[in-house]
Design a protein around this ligand. Structure first.
Ligand SMILES: *Cc1c(COP(=O)(O)O)cnc(C)c1O
Length: 494
């Protein structure tokens, strides 16, 4: 039987995995979501010795069950290859009191690579399956990391175009240069005078704009999404939760069946949602600790049941988590209300119209799986320093948010289960913040900080930053939020 993916806003809108990947977002504005879970044989006596690619095959074949084994092999082998700087793909590092799961060893040194290195292959394979003739236009809003990782994945992939919008003042210099120096004849990068939510809101609007859709179709083009709303992003992220658990079994630090916690630095709620799905297929998860920065809308949601986005947007040192509307939370809401499409639609419309909604009658077992907390800017910097002093290991600010939230959680609850800090970026991506936190040095340029970081950590420069300073800038368009659609139409000549 083929797994059904249903729109979170319409029970009648159901598709298969490959169709969901091609469509990206449901045309009713909802997100395609599994309503039942596949059976996966999580036999850790075997999985502890499996390669990352083998774990990926197990998980992907369960969730993407209308792909053939050969198709999945093709996608997996092209994605998880030497673009990653270690054959382990996602090493688990044991530190004092915690494990850090390094999801930043791919080509753009942030965890988005885990899914975006495979998405183009899943998408073009799905297109072939369905005899699609239109060119696929990937439209993406990024808070910094998705954009680059998506472009790295899609650059020069035949039959695709990619357009990325990022908030002009909301990303680090290294992040910006990574994007604006992107090569590939099919890549387009646009800075907007607005924040990430502005960019994401208008991208969603364009996806749902039927006039625009028709205009594209007339030119044999169609949108798809590389954002974490696409299940082709979500499913590959389930893999590393299973993988991390297998590594703990392999190390002899846990026995198969023992519960472990994951602390996830959260923005759009995609990463932690993948952990939720890992739990649904039987991974022994204790708590999923949702870590936020000063944009702590999710902390408030989990503690009060009310999601209220009416608050000041704060630019922090962990920009990929500077988000007030966490798109993927819609999927959890859908599950929390008993897979109720009508209720989910009502709540999401309330969010759009009133800026808030409150959950009543939520599934208590699901809610109980989550804990939540946030770290201030000071706490985040102090955590980078603490981890460095105790372990000689430098966390990036996003990882440090999670690490700090976990430390507070552990002190408060006494929960002593082994805990994995999901480590989402290399400190080389945020060198100024990392070096300032460790040394107290201020006023460093990004490139001075890179050198300092190299000296402090002894970690070799990743390819992603090597030569970045002198790479030619190929994209310099800036538009007002209101002109995003015009930019799209110009690029596509429609
Ligand atoms: C995207 C990102 C996050 C947030 O992940 P979500 O899936 O959006 O919750 C956290 N850290 C880094 C470095 C990221 O790039």
């Amino acid at each position: 039987m083929t797994l059904v993916y249903q729109s979170t806003r319409d029970a009648h809108n159901t598709v298969t995995a490959s169709q969901a990947i091609l469509q990206g977002l449901a045309s009713d504005g909802g997100l395609f979501t599994p309503t039942t879970y596949p059976r996966v044989d999580l036999d850790f006596a075997l999985l502890k010795d499996a390669s990352y690619q083998e774990v990926a095959k197990l998980v992907l074949s369960a969730f993407l069950d209308d792909f053939t084994p050969e198709e999945l092999d093709y996608c997996i082998n092209n994605a998880y290859d030497d673009k990653f700087d270690t054959p382990e793909i996602a090493p688990l590092v044991k530190l004092n009191g915690q494990y850090n799961l390094e999801l930043f060893r791919g080509s753009t040194i942030a965890f988005k690579d885990m899914a975006l290195s495979i998405l183009p292959y899943l998408m073009t394979t799905a297109a072939k399956k369905h005899g699609l003739e239109n060119e696929i236009v990937i439209l993406t809003a990024t808070s910094g990391d998705t954009g680059k990782a998506a472009m790295a994945g899609f650059a020069d992939v035949a039959g695709t175009q990619i357009i990325v919008f990022y908030p002009r003042d909301g990303v680090s210099k290294v992040q910006e240069l990574q994007m604006t120096t992107q090569t590939g004849r099919n890549t387009h990068v646009v800075a907007i005078d607005g924040n990430f939510d502005d960019a994401q809101t208008d991208v969603k609007r364009m996806f749902n704009d039927s006039d625009l859709r028709d205009k594209l179709a007339a030119h044999k083009l169609q949108f798809s999404s590389a954002n974490s709303m696409n299940i082709g992003r979500l499913v590959p992220q389930i893999v590393y939760y299973v993988w991390a658990y297998a590594q703990l079994v392999k190390a002899g630090d846990i026995h198969a069946g023992d519960e472990i916690n994951f602390t996830v630095p959260t923005g759009n709620f995609g990463n932690i949602l993948a952990a939720f799905y890992a739990k649904q297929i039987g991974l022994p998860v204790g708590k999923l600790i949702c870590a936020s920065n000063d944009n702590n809308v999710l902390t408030d949601f989990f503690t009060t049941g009310t999601y209220d986005k009416k608050r000041a947007f704060k630019v922090t040192t962990s920009p990929s988590m500077d988000i007030l509307v966490s798109s993927n939370l819609e999927r959890l809401i859908f599950h929390l209300v008993g897979n109720g499409a009508e209720k989910t639609k009502e709540l999401m419309e309330a969010l759009l119209e009133k800026g808030e909604y409150s959950l009543t009658d939520a599934d208590a077992a699901i809610l109980d799986l989550f804990a939540a907390g946030f770290a201030t800017e000071e706490q985040t910097a102090a955590e980078i320093k603490r981890v460095y002093e105790e372990n000689d290991y430098i966390e990036d600010p996003h990882t440090a948010v999670a690490s700090a939230v976990y430390k507070a959680y552990k002190e408060e609850t006494g929960d002593s289960r082994p805990t994995v800090i999901v480590s989402t970026a290399s400190p080389y991506k945020f060198p100024v913040v990392a070096v300032e936190a460790v040394t107290g040095k201020t006023g460093l340029s990004d490139f001075e900080a890179l050198e300092n970081l190299h000296d402090l950590s002894g970690v070799a420069y990743p390819q992603a930053v090597d030569g970045l300073e002198t790479a030619p800038v190929l994209h310099d368009t800036v538009v007002a939020t209101a002109d995003m659609q015009k930019a799209v139409e110009d690029y596509l000549q429609v």
